[in-house]
Design a protein around this ligand. Structure first.
Ligand code: GLN
Length: 201
């Protein structure tokens, strides 16, 4: 991909601003997404952490469900983190063949950090910040589990979808956002859509 990727961040609620600054620092052009029209022209989308119930209501209110499914069907990558992982699952947008349990580490356990090793990731383990995090309780055969805590999957990939339970936008380790931008570049190379090229707006 020769021009900067255009990446949307779902901005109905939650931690979208930190995702936006991390993506911008990596050279992406970032747009906040609140309505279906905001999806036009995006190469990929991040769904942040926050409150999955509030975000689900916002998606319904704005009529974003079908456009998000079409976005995925067009081969454009989506990165769901924490509440964003929940939105991807079978019971919410139904984009990813996973079931997620909300607040799976327990409501009392507000947050914790843990080192996680990701396959094919250079630079050592990721220091993962979990905040009232979900985990994946079931995954279909097309889903690759990338990391787990005590045997519970907390990171997974299925085709153009990347889902993680924790908050990669906190701190300064940008490797998961880099991995997502690689997915975006690859989707463009695969011809999923008309990708930006120099000189086209
Ligand atoms: N517990 C939240 C939910 O179920 C997710 C927490 C988060 O995104 N940090 O929506």
């Amino acid at each position: 991909m020769s021009a900067a990727p255009v990446v949307g961040v779902l901005a109905l609620q939650g931690g979208f601003a930190a995702h936006a600054s991390m993506l911008r620092a990596l050279g992406a052009e970032v747009r906040e997404v609140r309505t279906p029209a905001d999806l036009d022209g995006l190469d990929g989308l991040v769904m942040p952490g926050g409150e999955s119930t509030t975000m689900t209501l916002g998606i319904e209110r704005e009529g974003l469900g079908a456009p998000l499914r079409a976005f995925h069907a067009a081969g454009r990558p989506i990165f769901g983190t924490c509440a964003g992982l929940i939105l991807l699952d079978r019971d919410h947008l139904g984009l990813m063949d996973i079931a997620a349990a909300r607040n799976a580490f327990g409501r009392q356990l507000h947050s914790f950090e843990q080192d996680l090793r990701f396959p094919d990731m250079e630079g050592g383990p990721v220091r993962a910040v979990f905040i009232r995090a979900p985990w994946i309780t079931d995954a279909g055969p097309g889903v690759e589990i990338l990391a787990a805590v005590d045997g519970h999957p907390v990171a997974a990939r299925e085709g153009t979808l990347l889902a993680i339970s924790f908050h990669p936008e906190l701190g300064d380790d940008d490797r998961l956002h880099r991995a997502f931008l690689e997915l975006v570049a690859q989707a463009c190379d695969d011809g999923a859509r008309i990708c930006p090229s120099p000189g086209t707006a």
